[in-house]
Design a protein around this ligand. Sequence first.
Ligand code: FE
Length: 204
Amino acid sequence: MFGMMLFVLFVASVSATCHVGQSVNGFAPALAKDHANFFQLCDDAIKDQVRIEFQASLQYLLMGAHFAQDSVNLGGFSDFFYGHSDEERSHGIQFVEYLRMRGLQDNDFLGQQPLKPTLEKFTWKDGLEALTDALSMEKMVSASIKSKIDICGTEDPQAADWLTGTWLQPQLEEQRELAGKINTLNKFRRDHDNLADWLFDQEL
Ligand code: FE
């Protein structure tokens, strides 16, 4: 009985003192934040990028779902866009993890507005239209990353370097790949749009 009371007291005292970011037994937690190197406006800008990545993920998810409908039935396009949706979600998590590495304790990564698919678009005429939307969406993401590099700039060179090296390079490569696919599909489509979409779908 006495042992049980001790246990209850122990649990109560632990739950009363163990809160993330608060002092434990009189000791303040060690913090990763380094004020010489981390610049608040830069952290805020990177936090905004998390929302942008998740909104792109939602838009690609809708593209994948569109081409999976029985009446459309272009599985290659569907898989291609579902894959991009997963990729954008993983980008969002990488931005969160980067901010955690820097000691950001804020947990409001999704902003004040509800998340919406980037283009707020739910249906597509054909594969060409969807690929063209994907390219314009990737350009919007690249422009957003560029604006964040400008904000971080010389105040936070490590973040500016990370944004440039880790993110801008693959963005530009993705734009090149999508532009190439659009142009190939356009060549396929001369005179036979539906047949071209089906043939191209098999190649994705
Ligand atoms: Fe991304």
